[in-house]
Design a protein around this ligand. Structure first.
Ligand code: IPD
Length: 273
């Protein structure tokens, strides 16, 4: 089978993200929560579902043999080796509160390797994107991760899940990290936080229990911006076979990454011990 055309996939992702972003903005003041998922705090709006349907229909029309996994339930198994991970509205709770930290996140793996990433912040009109081996951009201009080398000077993003018991564990890890970094930010859209690391608005990021649809695009964008981003599996923490629920650690430099990774693994193992 010939290698997939990453440029074609990239343009398909950009177009779908732009269309979904228009829906975010058109319906921002009319949206309704229509369901909850993993806990009463985990909202789904009509916009999440409409955007996922739209993105899936664009992918299927152009590339019917690809796999697709979407936060709102899309689940197609393809044969091409190309897999799309979609969060049609990352930061749903912000959206419901009309807080401007939400995005469309579209990440693509080729044979399991994160290869294309597109994250669109429709409120700010900011399109973050990257193609493996070709670069990372914000609205078409190249971006670069921060060169800060000390964890103690790294402004660090994180996030939390919706399950209260799991959050308590995340809180125990957080307690060990807050005193070791410059400060913490919690924006509410993990995809956008990862893009923050890619363009120097943050210096590091970690989140336990993150899903592939939140992280795949951002991982490509950070790597292409010169930073480091990995899904890791601390040995003591039970992982799920579908690739969701991992820990993601990211940073602009190797030094910050290694220190943060060691702290997160140590603290997670203790929290689960
Ligand atoms: C959530 C956000 C949040 C992160 C959670 C995600 P959603 O996604 O990305 O920042 O901390 O882990 O579930 O529910 O808004 O699509």
């Amino acid at each position: 089978m010939s290698a997939p055309d990453l440029r074609e996939i990239y343009h398909l992702a950009l177009g779908a993200a732009e269309e979904a972003g228009r829906i975010h903005q058109e319906r921002l003041h009319f949206e309704r929560t229509i369901a909850t998922k993993t806990s009463p705090a985990d909202a789904v709006t009509e916009v999440d579902r409409a955007c996922e349907e739209l993105i899936v229909s664009r992918i299927v029309a152009a590339r019917p043999d690809d796999s697709i996994v979407g936060e709102e339930g899309a689940n197609r198994t393809g044969t091409s080796g190309v897999a799309w991970y979609l969060d049609p509205l990352d930061g749903t709770v912000n959206y419901v509160y009309r807080r401007h930290d939400f995005s469309v996140s579209i990440g693509v793996e080729v044979d399991g390797v994160p290869s294309v990433g597109v994250v669109y912040d429709s409120s700010a009109g900011e399109m973050f994107s990257a193609i493996r081996g070709q670069g990372a951009w914000l609205n078409g201009e190249p971006i670069r991760a921060s060169g800060v080398r000390e964890l103690g000077m790294a402004l660090t993003g994180t996030g939390f899940g919706y399950d209260a018991a799991y959050r308590l564990q995340q809180g125990r890890v957080f307690a060990q990290i807050i005193g070791r970094v410059r400060d913490i930010r919690r924006g509410g859209s993990a995809a956008l936080e990862l893009c923050g690391v890619a363009c120097g608005r943050l210096e590091a990021f970690y989140e336990q229990g993150i899903n592939k649809w939140d992280a795949t695009a951002g991982i490509v964008i950070i790597r292409e911006a010169g930073g480091i981003a990995e899904r890791i599996e601390p040995p003591e923490v039970p992982q799920r076979a579908d690739g969701n629920g991992h820990v993601v650690v990211a940073a602009g430099t190797r030094e910050v990454y290694d220190d943060l990774r060691a702290l997160v693994i140590g603290a997670s193992n203790e929290a689960h011990g």
